[in-house]
Design a protein around this ligand. Structure first.
Ligand SMILES: Cc1ncc(COP(=O)(O)O)c(C=O)c1O
Length: 459
């Protein structure tokens, strides 16, 4: 077997041959990349053997820690059978069993599973299903092809997902490619678009949404929403009851509710799915990320029997959902996803998470005192810390100052890996993180924020 190249060699080749996502490569090329070779539990280990706490769960995917024996074993076992066979015209045991399990744990009323590979495709599938459903189910309602979504929404990077997204920095270059949508203000309480305060506002931000739905329901195929938390927007957390009200409005005006649980699903918010906090069943639900416990790229779009039936007919009716990917229903991905759900049950992951959520809140409490911490938002095991230049006026740091980035680089030096969203620091560790590890993470985070925001260049 060829000898493993040295760290230096790998760094050189990385800079020479690669193009990393969401990365200014000109800057990347000037620094030594951190190259992760191994992992164990809550830790990632680089090619020089240095250990880092995984504060982002490897971008919000890992749940039970790295190298979990049950998950490792599931992949190895499946590999002894087959790595992949197509799902177009064929089926496979793990994909069938996983679909059954997903329906068992999903919000009641979701009965069908359509697989794809990542969060963006799961959203694309939901959008396309909604449009085709209305065409076939109610030809007279053929004009129902527009989507309502929230500002600052993020549903992925493919063109359909970007069309229903609204993060200017990421999306504005592609405006000419996007289909038209209808946008509404999000429940961003810290920077309330109506300049009101919760709870006295009585969720007045829902009024314009009701008006839009009432006026435009004839053209609205669906309302796509990240339930409870708009994660990539910097973890904007909706007040209790918001999602339920959205569900009521969608039902009343016959607009499909599409829940994008790509980030919130699989325990992140403290329940298996965010929708379950408010007893909501969406018409379509996109899942990915935690689906495989952070092991393999796999996604699914779940839907109701009502929508599924809208696609039935003889072949020549051409009601088929003509969508699929080469790796749809991949047996390795489905096998490890089944093991992931098994671990949830056997290790009582959700029950054991509840005290950790409380501890997290307690540990974060003192950070409110820091002079540049404007807001701390927590929902379950998802945390965002919004850093501001001026706490009184809530004036944000100019993006050029890269305060979020500098905090995460400082945290990295101290042994914690994080990824910022502008001036917002996201902390989303694996659900299996132990209390001492959690304490260490918050301690490092606090130190990094203090160091960076109190440096003269930051203020
Ligand atoms: C809510 C939400 N939807 C969709 C996506 C896209 O998922 P992927 O990166 O797997 O395409 C993300 C990714 O962060 C997300 O947070």
């Amino acid at each position: 077997m060829a000898r493993q190249p040295s760290t230096k060699q790998l760094c050189d080749w990385d800079r020479k041959y690669l193009w990393h996502p969401f990365t200014q490569m000109q800057e990347w090329e000037q620094e030594d990349p951190l190259i992760i070779e191994k992992g164990k539990g809550s830790y990632l280990i680089d090619t020089d053997g240095k250990k880092y706490l995984d504060g982002t769960s490897s971008i919000w995917v890992n749940l039970h820690g790295h190298r979990h024996p049950t998950l490792d074993r599931a992949i190895k076992k499946q590999l002894d059978k087959i790595a992949h066979s197509t799902f177009l015209g064929l089926s496979n045991p793990p994909a069938i069993q996983l679909a059954r399990e997903l329906i068992r744990i999903a919000p009641k009323g979701l009965t069908r599973v359509f697989y794809s590979d990542n969060g963006s495709t799961a959203v694309e599938v939901a959008i396309k299903m909604a449009v085709q459903y209305w065409q076939q189910h109610r030809p007279q309602a053929g004009s129902k092809k527009t989507f309502l979504h929230l500002k600052l929404a993020y549903h992925g990077d493919t063109i359909g997902a970007v069309s229903v997204g609204n993060i200017k920095l990421f999306h504005s270059r592609f405006t000419s490619l996007l289909f038209p949508t209808v946008e509404a203000d999000p429940p961003y309480c810290y920077r309330c678009p109506l300049s009101l305060a919760y709870p006295t506002c009585r969720m007045a931000c829902l009024d314009p949404i009701e008006r839009i739905i009432k006026e435009r329901h004839r053209e609205l195929a669906g309302f796509i929403i990240e339930p409870l938390v708009q994660t990539a927007a910097g973890m904007i957390t909706a007040p209790p009851g918001y999602l339920k009200r959205v569900r009521e409005l969608c039902t009343k005006y016959n607009v499909l509710l599409i829940a994008d649980e790509v980030a919130t699903g699989f325990g992140r918010t403290g329940k298996m799915f965010a929708c379950q906090h408010e007893g909501v069943t969406p018409d379509l639900m996109a899942i990915s990320k935690g689906l495989t416990g952070g092991y393999m790229p796999l996604a699914a779009t779940l839907t109701t029997e009502e929508i599924y039936k809208g696609f039935l007919g003889t072949y020549e009716d051409f009601k088929t959902f003509f969508h699929g990917h080469s790796y749809t229903g991949n047996p390795l991905g489905c096998a490890v996803a089944l093991a992931n759900l098994d671990v949830f049950q056997r290790e009582k992951t959700l029950a054991r998470l509840q005290p950790k959520i409380k501890t997290m809140a307690r540990l974060l409490q003192p950070l409110w005192q820091l002079p540049h911490v404007g807001d701390i938002r927590q929902r379950g095991f998802m945390v965002a810390i919004e850093l501001v230049e001026d706490k009184q006026t809530r004036k944000p740091y100019p993006l050029e100052k890269r305060v979020g980035h500098r905090v995460t680089m400082e945290a990295r030096r101290r042994g914690l890996l994080l990824r910022p969203i502008g001036n917002v620091i996201i902390l989303m560790p694996p659900l299996s993180t132990s209390l001492p590890e959690l304490r260490r993470m918050v301690e490092i985070l606090r130190g990094a924020i203090t160091t960076v925001t109190l440096l003269p260049t930051a203020g």
